[in-house]
Ligand binder design. Sequence first.
Ligand SMILES: [Zn+2]
Length: 142
Amino acid sequence: MSEEQKQCVECKKEFVINEGDREMLNLLKVPSPTLCPECRMIRRLLFRNERTWYRRKCDATGEQMLAMFSPETPLKVYKNEYWKSDAWDPLEYGREYDFSRPFFEQFGELFKSIPHPNLIQKNLVNSEYTNYSLNSKIAISA
Ligand SMILES: [Zn+2]
């Protein structure tokens, strides 16, 4: 067993790259991480925002809405119902993959150009103030 001791470039904590990690890195043909597992998890989770909402206008209809994206973000954000509708064509945002350029560079460009739903919701009844929710129903008694 060969283990490699590394120091996280972000938090400066020591972490280990073990034999299993090394096999996976070789299989994926990716370089050894420079961030510790915790800092990598934080970086991955920064991508999601489930609990902080903002008031902003739908970029398609102009309607006021709650969204998980701030009004200052350069992303295009549509109200969920509009985003799921046929009023716009997602195929307009399709593009050819350029094998000569890095994947994440192209993914970032695509991510910044496509419309995003204000909140992730499906099949809700009286549960509009939720995010990443599915099949929720709050019964309201009279
Ligand atoms: Zn770290």
